[in-house]
Design a protein around this ligand. Structure first.
Ligand SMILES: Nc1ncnc2c1ncn2[C@@H]1O[C@H](COP(=O)(O)OP(=O)(O)OP(=O)(O)O)[C@@H](O)[C@H]1O
Length: 589
């Protein structure tokens, strides 16, 4: 698998897998594509009948016979042919759109359920471009190219039969030339696929880079990095352009090779056919008819070549789509109504954990017990593994050793959605999503009533803010809540978690200081909640831990002491040292 943290090079799928993957996208639409193909054939058939009708019309005119009926038939043929062709074109376009929609649906469903470690080793911009850009390349290969292959293939075979009837020797000459030039084209085709793949990777790189810039726009500006970042995005855009040109060049080569095949065949047939006419093997009329058929071959061969070209483009896209679909995802989620019940218990039994196989362990046998309710604070130097505890409780990651128990049940045995429904989680940097304040509050509890929202706003001391905002709860908060202050964002995140009515609240305290009034207010809210609910806080401030019923002191991936503030000040030198600074996050010791 190669959707990497840096670079997005996609491996080429083996030909059999490409076929299988493309067929999977095409299969649900096979009957509509068949209908589209049939309509295209019928449309072409009425086209062939039109000259016959025109001929009949002219003959009747010459013989002074009534032409009303023939004229009517001719008009009907023209109208019918046009109508059938447009219906056929619509059916195919519609199918193409449906193929893209189905591929997008599958990818969206999959990517939104990705496991966290998978997301962390990929680039969001790259994943997004697989949904938006790569899927569109499936359009042609699952519809137009099939119609071209079928209609072109049939016309090609029919013409060959006619040519065989005329003269088998000249047919062999023609086929010889076509096979030669076809062989040369087989070498060109993979170039189109490679260029398309690289072009798509460059497009993904543009998304990735832009995502990085807009994700930290203030920092980009403050660092004066606009020009440097623009240059990198432009370089990716230029690479997409370069690869687009490469693909166009190879497509032009393959397109012109059709003309070349026919021209060379023409000369070969003319030479050999002339000799056969001279020897009396065939007549001049046969030779002329054969040459006419030869030129008639141009269109079907063009269709076959364009089908093969579209296949190459599609195979590049399908490789990138397949790759994203194979990333590890969690089971189906869905909104689970919290089962209710009392405060949860949390137990860590000798938990060992590392984020990746190639990284050192972050937890080396972490053990503690949290009987609900009440507040348990986790303190320790930065990087000690406190936030990681929350990641394991939520089962964003799985322990590599030991057990994590919630309510006495291993988190691996919980239905995931049910486990998470029991938990309210406030991340350290309190993410707020683009959208309105109401959408943010109800994000974890879509069915919350107005009364519940009002109550939670009051508890999180957000009621004043809502009154001040011009559109109240319906005010948009900007990308990542950029229109709110840091403290407001934090309180929105707490309110959101509370609205979920959790049995277990995980609160990762922000390292930045809230203003004194808000800090006290938030502390009171958490203390109040802790009376009924199990609250785990990664604490960075002394004011938080003094309220805690239990403090877990962590250091370098181990629990070094558990106790109350008074007990730990007396018994644990590291805690004593941290507490003396008032601010509980020290540099790793
Ligand atoms: N997603 C991740 N992938 C790889 N390593 C990670 C990841 N998250 C954290 N780490 C590493 O794991 C270690 C523990 O991180 P953790 O966030 O649990 O520390 P912490 O005790 O909460 O620190 P702080 O108080 O600074 O928030 C750190 O060394 C960190 O670099």
């Amino acid at each position: 698998m190669s959707i990497k943290e840096t670079g997005t090079s996609t491996p080429r799928l083996p030909a059999r897998d490409t076929w299988r993957a493309l067929y999977r996208h095409f299969r649900p639409h096979r009957w509509t594509v068949a209908l589209g193909t049939l309509l295209a054939l019928v449309g072409a058939g009425t086209g062939i009948l039109q000259p016959l009708a025109a001929k009949a019309l002219v003959e009747r005119l010459g013989q002074d016979e009534p032409v009303g009926q023939v004229l009517l038939a001719l008009t009907a043929l023209v109208v019918l042919g046009t109508a059938i062709e447009s219906v056929g074109a619509y059916v195919l376009e519609r199918t193409a759109e449906s193929v893209v929609l189905a591929a997008r649906r599958t990818l969206i469903g999959r990517l939104l359920r990705l496991r966290l470690p998978e997301v962390e080793r990929t680039q969001p911009g790259d994943l997004m471009s697989r949904i938006t850009s790569d899927t569109t390349l499936l359009r042609a290969v699952t519809t137009d190219s099939i119609v071209s292959a079928v209609t072109g293939g049939l016309a090609f075979l029919a013409t060959l039969v006619m040519m065989a009837v005329m003269d088998a020797v000249l047919l062999a000459v023609t086929l010889g030339v076509i096979v030669l030039i076809g062989g040369a084209m087989a070498l060109v085709m993979p170039q189109i696929s490679r260029a398309t793949r690289r072009s798509q990777e460059a497009v993904a790189e543009i998304s990735t880079r832009l995502e990085r810039v807009f994700g930290a726009f203030r920092t980009v500006k403050a660092s004066g990095a606009e020009a440097r970042e623009a240059a990198v995005v432009e370089a990716a855009a230029e690479e997409a352009w370069r690869q687009g040109l490469r693909s166009a060049k190879w497509q032009a080569v393959s397109g012109s090779s059709v003309g070349l095949a026919v021209q060379v065949s023409f000369l070969a047939v003319l030479g050999i056919g002339g000799a056969r006419v001279a020897s009396g093997a065939i007549s001049v009329a046969d030779l002329v008819a054969f040459l006419l058929y030869l030129f008639y071959l141009t269109e079907p061969i063009s269709k076959l070549v364009s089908a093969a070209t579209e296949y190459q483009v599609g195979s590049a896209a399908v490789a990138r789509i397949e790759e994203a679909e194979r990333l590890a995802a969690e089971g189906p989620g869905g909104v689970v109504v919290p089962a209710g019940g009392g405060p949860a218990t949390v137990v860590f039994e000798d938990v060992a954990f590392r984020y990746r196989d190639d990284l050192p362990h972050v937890h080396h046998g972490v053990s503690f017990e949290v009987p609900g309710p009440g507040m348990t604070a986790f303190v320790g130097p930065s990087g000690a593994g406190k936030t990681t505890v929350f990641g394991l409780v939520e089962r964003f990651y799985e322990a590599t050793g030991g057990r994590v128990l919630v309510d006495g049940r291993d988190v691996r045995d919980w239905p995931l959605a049910e486990l998470r429904a029991a938990i309210g989680y406030v991340e350290q940097d309190a993410p707020v999503l683009a959208g309105t304040l109401r959408e943010n509050l109800c994000f974890a509890a879509p069915d919350a009533t107005e009364e519940e929202i009002r109550e939670v706003l009051r508890r999180a001391r957000l009621d004043g803010l809502v009154e001040r905002l011009p559109e109240g709860l319906e005010t948009p908060v900007g990308h990542r809540g950029s229109k709110l202050s840091g403290g407001e964002r934090q309180r929105v995140a707490v309110a959101r978690a509370l609205l979920r009515r959790p049995r277990l609240l995980l609160l990762d305290e922000a390292t930045s200081q809230l203003d004194a009034v808000n800090e006290l207010a938030l502390r009171d809210v958490v203390a109040e909640v802790a009376r009924e609910v199990t609250v785990l806080v990664v604490a960075h401030r002394l004011s938080t831990v003094t309220l805690a019923d239990r403090i877990v002191v962590m250091d370098a991936g181990r629990v070094r002491a558990v106790g109350t503030h008074a007990e730990l000040v007396a018994a644990d030198p590291l805690y004593g040292e941290l507490a003396a600074t008032q601010f509980l996050t020290a540099a790793p010791g």
